[in-house]
Design a protein around this ligand. Structure first.
Ligand SMILES: [Zn+2]
Length: 327
């Protein structure tokens, strides 16, 4: 029995609808995965207990003895007080001021590290994915909202108030529509899937024809990223117009990030980018490059994320491992 895994960490990617748990070996290989819906748990304690049970399931699945597990990390959709491990606000979970680290450490009997979900996804893309080998990385994750992360000189940059990297809330259209946080004209309000849906629904209400009515069904408010991809494949004019405009706004966001930070690489991920692929990338890039002020910086690498759905889980595992090396 020489193949019993040792030095294992747990990565937990907690989202508004599901949690993905992975056991990760010292070489960052995924030994097992466990996925569960989160919606049925209304109280934070209940959900964290269910997550702890899920970690035990994942250990069983991979035949990892509990003693081999050293630490756990979790990415959470909302701002976090890194010093206390308290989640200040996670609207998708209905949480405010939840002492996540304390509760999870008690439930698991392991040291636990937590960070913002997009930041941990940036960490894994930086260390294991599209950003490998680079020291200055900016990421954009375009989905229901738009999140981002910064790596400056080889380190995730947290900022003075642990609030850095909110690329989705940089302003691209003064007085524009509302974002998820109630501000007008943020990138998120112009280019997220929520924004794309809003614009398509409004145009359809005005009588614009769209193949999406056949693809997504009657309720255009339920459009998924995959539906948009299919509509683009069918050359649906309305979808093309709305998605291209959204991608152009992401392009302006990229140019602003490059003008401010001069990174080596920009990584684009999230559900919209994964589903729409090079079509979305190329529209973003065609607007980004000419808007970059320094001619040398104009050829910055602008690439797709590589780790897909595993990015958050693998990044959380890296957070777990960082506790071990720092203790
Ligand atoms: Zn905003």
């Amino acid at each position: 029995m020489s193949n019993i895994p040792s030095d294992v960490v747990v990565g937990i990617d907690l989202g508004g609808t599901k949690v993905l748990i992975g056991l990760v070996g010292p070489d960052n290989s995924v030994l097992s995965r466990y996925k569960a819906p989160t919606r049925e748990h209304h109280q934070p304690d209940e959900l964290l207990k269910a997550i702890a049970a899920g970690v035990h399931e994942a250990a069983k699945k991979a035949n990892v003895p509990w003693e081999a597990i050293r630490a756990a990390g979790m990415g959470i959709p909302g701002p976090i007080d890194a010093a206390t491990g308290v989640v200040k606000l996670a609207p998708n979970l209905g949480w405010s001021n939840v002492p996540v680290r304390e509760v999870l450490e008690r439930e698991l009997g392991l040291p636990v590290g937590i960070d913002n979900d997009v930041r941990v996804a940036t960490l894994s893309e930086f260390q294991l994915g599209a950003g490998r080998g680079h020291q200055r990385v900016v990421s954009f994750f375009v989905g229901t909202g738009i999140g981002g992360g910064l790596v400056l000189d080889g380190q995730i940059y947290h900022g003075a108030h642990n609030a850095a990297g909110e690329i989705g809330h940089t302003f691209v259209k003064a007085g524009g529509p509302l974002c998820g946080a109630g501000h007008k004209g943020c990138l998120e309000a112009m280019a997220s899937r929520t924004a794309i849906q809003r614009d398509i629904v409004a145009a359809a209400k005005k009588g614009k024809a769209t193949a999406l009515k056949n693809i997504a069904g009657k309720d255009l408010a339920e459009i998924k990223s995959g539906d948009l991809a299919e509509a683009l494949e069918r050359n649906d004019k309305l979808t093309k117009r709305v998605v291209r405009r959204a991608a152009h706004y992401v392009g302006y966001g990229i140019a602003s990030a490059v003008n401010l930070l001069d990174p080596e690489i920009i990584i684009l991920g999230g559900g919209v980018v994964e589903a729409l692929g090079d079509t979305f990338m190329n529209w973003a890039i065609e607007r980004a490059r000419p808007s970059i002020i320094a001619s040398d910086a104009r050829d910055v690498a602008i690439v797709r994320a590589e780790l897909g759905d595993d990015a958050g889980m693998l990044g959380a595992a890296l957070v777990a491992r960082s506790i071990l090396t720092h203790s």
